[in-house]
Design a binder for this molecule. Structure first.
Ligand code: PXP
Length: 251
């Protein structure tokens, strides 16, 4: 039923580990450790179904050399998160990622702040951005807010997946807001699934908020988590941390 059948295990829920912040720590001292590539190997050994990284224009965490080294060791899904610039498209198609996750990017932000404005990028994506990925056989996921219009446009463009931005849910400070965000995510997941899109999700998920999210939102496939895992790993070890999150996600 999906347009692309490269996905490793159909529609089961999976954890993809984002290793950007291992590189953040390494770069803070200009050292070679901790090595994000080693982190990727540990994460996969602990049951992660794949690895995500965001190669940013300013290379503030992951660097080009990391991407090439990661490609060699990653056995599961290799998810290349990026802004749709000519430079990134060239690197991503050259290395033949399994999946590209397209995100908005601005220099000033601390982390990705919101989903893509699909109405704004629609024509550019259709004409310039999608063709090289389609030609290279790379599946495309669009990082979007749980908005009906953004999801409808993602399907119209024939993306393979959407990644639902869970940041507003994760940042909710009151129960009514949290409930409302869960409802928006649930509606968005149902809509995306009905339109034949794979439903991925991520941003701000952690050990406290993951279970209600899993309980309310159907059709989930790849769930990307970074910051909370790397933070927890400082106290519990990355292998233990990833194993625990995999077991929650697998239910
Ligand atoms: N998905 C996307 C598109 C992201 O930009 C990020 C942050 O890099 C994540 C998932 C992971 O978010 P977090 O680090 O908050 O778990």
């Amino acid at each position: 039923m999906y347009r692309f059948n490269f996905f490793h295990n159909g529609t089961m829920r999976n954890l993809l580990v984002n290793i950007d912040h291992v590189a953040t720590l390494r770069n803070a001292r200009g050292e070679t450790v901790p090595d994000p590539v080693e982190a990727a190997m540990v994460a996969e050994k602990a049951g992660a179904a794949g690895i995500v990284f965001h190669l940013r224009e300013d290379r503030r965490h992951i660097r080009d050399d990391d991407v090439y080294r990661l490609r060699k060791v990653t056995r599961g899904l290799f998810d290349f998160e990026m802004a749709a610039t000519d430079e990134m498209i060239e690197i991503c198609t050259g290395i033949k990622a399994d999946l590209v996750t397209l995100v908005p990017e601005s220099r000033e932000e601390l982390t990705t702040e919101g989903g893509l404005d699909m109405r704004k990028v629609r024509d550019d994506y259709r004409e310039k951005v999608f063709p090289p990925f389609k030609q290279a056989g790379i599946a495309i996921s669009l990082f979007v807010d749980p908005s009906e219009e953004d999801i409808a446009i993602s399907a119209e463009l024939e993306a393979e997946a959407v990644e639902l931005h869970t940041g507003s849910y994760a940042n909710a400070t009151t129960d009514p807001v949290r409930k409302n965000e869960l409802k928006r995510l649930r509606d968005a997941a149902i809509q995306a699934h009905e339109l034949g899109l794979r439903v991925n999700a991520g941003h701000g998920l952690n050990f406290e908020n993951i279970q209600p999210f899993l309980d309310h939102v159907p059709h989930l496939a790849d769930i990307s988590i970074g910051h909370a895992l790397i933070a927890d790993a400082l106290f519990n070890g990355l292998e233990n941390t990833v194993r625990r999150m995999v077991s929650i996600i697998k239910g």
